[in-house]
Design a protein around this ligand. Structure first.
Ligand SMILES: [Ca+2]
Length: 506
């Protein structure tokens, strides 16, 4: 190929020389003999000069573009499990915008959270640290200032980016207003035990669904952000989180009412009694079961709940479409990176459970898409990506030094065809909140194996070979054949947990 290109180039140069030998007087002082040019020569000369100028301009613009920092939008959904996404192979859910984004992006098919609960997962995304280190979850008061000082919004604001946040911040911190240039922290309105939980915000004089409200906030931000600075916008949709106190649980805007209405949602996998009975008693009577009664304990309730959950995701999807349109209209689409992730997974009736919190794949796996319009690729990444990778990825795109204290890695090189995850073979996963209704648990997940245990009942351990048992139904912890693997996983977990514990800040 190279020889052929070189040959072609030589031919072109020869041709230029031949055609221009009487245009330039090469023997004496170089000058153009205008009088001797004929029409064909002028056409030819103009065409080549135009080409040279075009190449020059294209190189210059490219150099400029490389210097220009991208805008970044990080979209976090609440409780969207990894397969509640068309691109993940779900044939029922309608997520055309997320699918379109994924089709030109890096799609991480093995993305996980290091802690499957809203508060702790969000704190991990903010700080780039495992829960074991930052120590923040529900019921513990405010997150410590030392972690906020190292959080991505705090450092990004000092770096020249114009920053914004709209939606569920989900971490208790009084100084929210100082963390972003513009922002509003809100979630479902707990004061209402019905649909008003999701319909308490207004645009002009209309009460709208929170998803519409957050979408509009994003569009306004895009229109109004100062043109001389790059921006970083964090959007945290409350959807598709159920409005827990309401009988109907899931709420969406009127225009999504008929979506999925004629569909029959297939029954959940491993819904049989034996899988439920295999759980420790404290899980059988815990919050995962309580919420199963709220959402899935009759076939009718199951159909309504899953369709409601899907409608809420489809509504977020349609707002993503509007946001991308706003980027186009404001001439920002070509330089705006979009990251989409879920904050934790979700049980939709598997094991006769609902909610998240447990160490099963249902809780841990989330959707993750990274779209960079400057490097449109179609890449499915198999390696393990984590929620704690998000801030490092944002900083890498922004060209800012990544703090040493952060425990994730940048996923941005994937967009340039590199593989920064090749040597990541495992991660710790944990839910450290000590609360009566949810059993605290911790474990280690490798590319093939998973080990976990309940922290107040250390003798109960579970070990799964995910390659041969992706549903996690054959617990090998008591099987002598796997004794060595169990000890190896347990020791590795203990070592990694101790290391993360030692990294706590004051
Ligand atoms: Ca959540």
């Amino acid at each position: 190929m190279k020889e052929k290109a070189l040959k072609n180039m030589k031919e072109v140069i020869k041709d230029i020389r031949r055609r221009t030998k009487h245009i330039f007087n090469l023997e004496g002082k170089t000058r153009i003999l205008i009088s001797r040019l004929n029409g064909r020569d002028i056409k030819f000369f103009t065409r080549y000069m135009a080409l040279v100028i075009l190449i020059f301009l294209s190189i210059s613009f490219r150099m400029l573009a490389q210097d220009e920092k991208p805008n970044i939008i990080f979209i976090l959904t609440d409780d969207q499990r990894w397969d509640a996404l068309g691109f993940a192979g779900n044939k029922l859910i309608q997520t055309p915008e997320m699918d379109r984004l994924a089709s030109e992006a890096a799609y991480f098919q093995n993305a996980f959270v290091t802690t499957p609960i809203c508060a702790a997962s969000r704190a991990s995304i903010l700080t780039g640290m495992y829960e074991r280190t930052h120590g923040y979850t529900f019921g513990q008061g405010e997150i410590k200032q030392s972690y906020i000082d190292l959080s991505y919004p705090m450092l990004l604001k000092k770096s020249g980016y114009f920053t914004g946040f709209f939606g569920k911040f989900g971490v208790d911190y009084k100084g929210f207003d100082q963390l972003f240039d513009v922002g509003e922290s809100y979630d479902r309105n707990g004061g209402f035990k019905d649909r008003r939980g999701y319909f308490s915000k207004m645009i002009d004089k209309d009460t709208v669904h929170l998803t519409r409200y957050t979408g509009q906030k994003a569009i306004d931000f895009i229109r109004e952000s100062p043109k001389e600075k790059p921006f970083m916008l964090s959007l945290s949709f409350s959807a598709p989180h159920a409005h827990d106190p309401a009988e109907k649980q899931y709420f969406w805007s009127h225009e999504f009412d008929t979506m999925y209405q004629d569909l029959v949602i297939p029954e959940p996998l491993i819904k049989e009694d034996l899988y439920f009975k295999a759980l420790p008693e404290y899980v059988q009577i815990g919050e995962n079961r309580t919420r199963w009664y709220w959402r899935f304990d009759t076939p009718e309730k199951y159909q309504n709940s899953v369709k409601g959950y899907y409608r809420m995701i489809s509504e977020v999807d349609s707002e993503i479409g509007k946001i991308r349109k706003a980027l186009e209209e404001n001439n920002l689409a070509k330089n705006t990176v979009i990251i989409l992730m879920g904050d934790n997974g979700y049980f939709l009736g598997e094991r006769q459970l609902a909610g998240k919190w447990l160490m099963y794949e249902n809780s841990l796996r989330v959707p993750l898409i990274i779209f960079d319009p400057r490097n449109r690729i179609h890449k499915k990444v198999e390696e393990i990506a984590l929620n704690i990778d998000v801030p490092s990825t944002i900083f890498d795109f922004a060209g800012i030094t990544i703090p040493i204290a952060w425990q994730g890695r940048s996923l941005a090189p994937v967009l340039k065809g590199k593989n920064p995850l090749r040597d990541r073979s495992e991660f710790i996963t944990e839910h450290l909140w000590e609360v009566d209704i949810i059993a605290s648990s911790e474990g280690l997940r490798t590319t093939r194996w998973k080990y976990f245990r309940y922290r107040n009942d250390l003798k109960h351990e579970e070990l799964y070979d995910l390659k041969n048992d992706p549903q996690e139904i054959n617990n090998l912890a008591e099987n002598q054949i796997y004794r060595k693997k169990l000890v190896e996983m347990r020791s590795k977990f203990d070592l990694m947990a101790k290391d993360l514990e030692s990294k706590k800040l004051q």
